[in-house]
Design a binder for this molecule. Structure first.
Ligand SMILES: O=C(O)c1ccc[n+]([C@@H]2O[C@H](COP(=O)([O-])O)[C@@H](O)[C@H]2O)c1
Ligand SMILES: Cc1cc2nc[nH]c2cc1C
Length: 375
């Protein structure tokens, strides 16, 4: 059996990835190979960076999180010479069978419509990425209807998940295949010269599986982690909580097995983002995590590959209830508190200029000795 993935922009520079499925666990093996390729950070470079930062003309630590980012980047790249890097937001798009239960404020067709908007450059993520000099790549990993656009990366694993309130959202093979899509996209972008990646997503209904993932992997009651998503009222929120409880009851996901949880109560775009995160870490690239849904992917990635957490930077704290708890479970501290709850990778794109600024500080600031300043 052959699977074909179109990866690239348009027909001209598009390339076809042919994957021969020799074994049923082909994707699982591919994902686990990627996980084994994730190295520890370079602690010597981190120490060197910390010492370098203390030579610069400022009281030690006074650039706060910028300094922490600089140290992390040194650990990731293995060097204290930080360059301004090519940056891309990967927006994974997918639909959710659980929308049939009435868990979102918007109709499901908005997913495909917004995918086209993103591909045409008119979504918030496009604007913020342009401000930062970054690219946006939009991937159909699980949209329900066929989307055609020259710039779309068409990697559809299935046309939306099944309704998790009744049955498993995906099979384990489908989940691993979606994770593999994310890894392949990162490979492709790495070959194009991108060195800083960010997670983004579009999927009406996807705060529901995200809350389910947090409840199961974090061992937290549903009511503490469920939020309003696109903006549902109090009554619909109670209903959404009940739907999530039912999904967990029906599927009995194994909280010790993040892939099982992803398959049973997750989403195709969430699994795709797990692949983006694992792929970035295996390529020694920092990966900027967006809001609630991206963080659900980060939590699953952290459980599958604890060493991947060192490569993550949490961009912002989303207004979605449960996001702080999600980040606590991973062990991440968000940089920005700007009351956003849009998704798409918008918060992550906002962080790009801050990452560039951290690199510029390291490269351009004078030292105490060089500037003749007493200390
Ligand atoms: O990233 C976030 O923190 C975030 C919080 C709430 C909503 N969203 C976006 O809104 C959609 C999911 O909301 P919902 O209510 O349909 O589950 C999906 O397209 C997400 O990108 C995103
Ligand atoms: C319009 C719209 C844009 C979005 N972007 C991410 N999620 C979204 C949900 C809606 C409804």
């Amino acid at each position: 059996m052959h699977k074909e993935y179109f990866v690239g922009q348009g027909k001209k520079d598009g390339q076809v990835l042919r994957v021969k499925e020799q074994r049923k666990d082909r994707w699982k093996a591919y994902v686990h190979d990627t996980i084994s390729g994730i190295a520890e950070l370079d602690y010597t470079a981190m120490e060197e960076m910390a010492q370098h930062l203390d030579q610069l003309t400022k009281p030690p630590g006074s650039l706060g999180r910028l300094e922490k980012i600089a140290v992390q980047l040194a650990g990731i790249t293995g060097s204290i010479k930080l360059q301004k890097q090519r940056k891309a937001v990967v927006v994974m798009a997918g639909d959710h069978g659980v929308c049939a239960e009435g868990v979102s404020a918007y109709p499901q067709e908005v997913t495909a419509q917004m995918v086209l908007n993103i591909l045409d450059g008119g979504a918030a993520v496009n604007v913020l990425a342009r401000q930062a000099g970054a690219s946006v790549y939009c991937v159909d990993v699980g949209v329900k209807t066929e989307v055609k656009h020259e710039r779309l990366l068409s990697c559809n694993v299935r046309r939306g998940t099944r309704n998790m309130a009744r049955e498993a959202a995906m099979t384990l093979e489908e989940a691993y295949e979606a994770i593999s899509v994310g890894i392949r996209i990162v490979d492709h972008l790495y070959q194009q010269g991108y060195r800083v990646l960010a997670t983004g997503e579009m999927g009406i209904g996807n705060t529901t599986p995200s809350a389910a993932i947090l409840s199961v992997l974090g061992g937290l009651p549903v009511i503490e982690v469920v939020g309003r998503g696109t903006g549902i009222d109090e009554e619909k929120l109670r209903h959404k909580a009940a739907v999530i409880e039912r999904a967990i009851e029906v599927n009995q996901p194994d909280r010790q097995d993040a892939a099982d949880v992803l398959a049973k109560v997750g989403g195709l775009e969430i699994a795709g983002l797990v692949g983006v995160i694992l792929g970035a870490a295996s390529r020694r690239c920092p990966v900027v995590i967006d809001g609630f849904i991206s963080s659900a992917a980060a939590l699953a990635a952290a459980r599958m590959a604890p060493q991947s957490v060192s490569y993550m930077i949490a961009s912002h704290l989303s207004e979605e209830r449960g996001h702080q708890k999600m980040l606590d479970c991973i062990g991440l501290t968000p940089v920005l508190h700007v009351n956003m709850r849009l998704g798409e990778g918008t918060g992550a794109a906002l962080l790009f200029p801050i990452i560039d600024s951290a690199a510029a500080i390291v490269n351009e600031m004078a030292t105490f000795d060089g500037a003749g300043i007493s200390r």
